[in-house]
Design a protein around this ligand. Structure first.
Ligand code: SF4
Length: 270
């Protein structure tokens, strides 16, 4: 019986089959990290952003109002997550640096969004209508029981007869890596299987840099299906020896190590 996969599990297998074994078969716990906590806080702020009542803002100070909104929510969630952040053992100055960086990312998001909003308002007449048109459906989980894949989509935009799937990332680089491309292709496939029509585009909003998009076509969807089936075949077993190690820079790096490094090092001969 194939296991349920996700973009994360598939990319973990491709990174290192042994890591997949520890994380998804033995279910060993992963360590919390500033990137995970910060990522989840920023995602929550963006989700809240689209609940904003745009009519409550002064039209002349629209961008300022939106900036204040995201900053207020960021600070509230940062404080709410204070205990989890402190557990990481980072110095106060370092935490402050991550907070300011997150604030910059959200301000960048607002800058781009405000431009789109004004442009849209010129077409549809009012800011309220423009905001409603640009508001995506957020945090949609799609599970396909036949293909045994699930994915959590950050945002689905539908306007001008076009559907665009968007994922938000707080990455340091704006490169559409093979792992990101595969994640987006899986979302496109899941969307097509659920709604009977593929999205026109998929993309990542690298909050620090802007949006990077990818076209979707039948060839991409077919290749993604094959990739998913291959991972199903390779993960039918639950024997450690069937999940080889991929020793390399992802095991240990300057200032960090793989979550399973200590366990893995003792089992390298298997
Ligand atoms: S330590 Fe290296 S080889 Fe072992 S699971 Fe992690 S990435 Fe794979």
């Amino acid at each position: 019986m194939p296991r349920m996969q996700s973009p994360s599990s598939i990319n973990t297998y491709k990174q290192c089959p042994r890591k997949y074994f520890y994380q998804y078969i033995l279910n060993l716990p992963t360590k919390p990290s500033i990137y995970l906590i910060r990522g989840s806080i920023v995602h929550e702020v963006l989700e809240k952003f689209f609940d904003l009542d745009i009519t409550s803002l002064d039209e002349k100070e629209l961008e300022f109002g939106m900036r204040s909104f995201v900053t207020a929510h960021l600070l509230r969630l940062w404080t709410k997550n204070r205990t989890n952040l402190l557990i990481l053992g980072l110095a106060e100055e370092e935490l402050e640096r991550y907070l300011l960086e997150s604030q910059d990312m959200l301000q960048g998001f607002v800058t781009i969004f405000a431009k789109k909003l004004r442009k849209r308002a010129e077409i549809c007449g009012t800011l309220k209508e423009a905001f409603s048109e640009l508001t995506p459906s957020v945090e949609e989980e799609i599970i396909n029981p036949d293909l045994k894949v699930k994915g959590f989509i950050d945002a689905i935009h539908t306007h001008d007869k076009e559907t665009v799937i968007m994922d938000y990332k707080t990455s340091k680089k704006d490169e559409l890596t093979p792992a990101y491309r595969l994640q987006l292709s899986i979302y496109a496939l899941l969307y097509k299987l659920k709604y009977g029509k593929a999205p026109d585009k998929v993309g990542i909003n690298f909050l620090k840099f802007g949006e990077r998009m990818m076209d979707v076509d039948e060839k991409l969807l077919e290749e993604t299906k094959k990739e998913v089936r291959l991972i199903h075949e390779l993960t039918q077993t639950d024997k450690i020896k069937d999940f080889p190690t991929n020793v390399g820079p992802l095991c240990k790096w300057n200032g960090g190590q793989c979550d399973f490094y200590d366990t893995c090092i003792k089992q390298r001969d298997i």
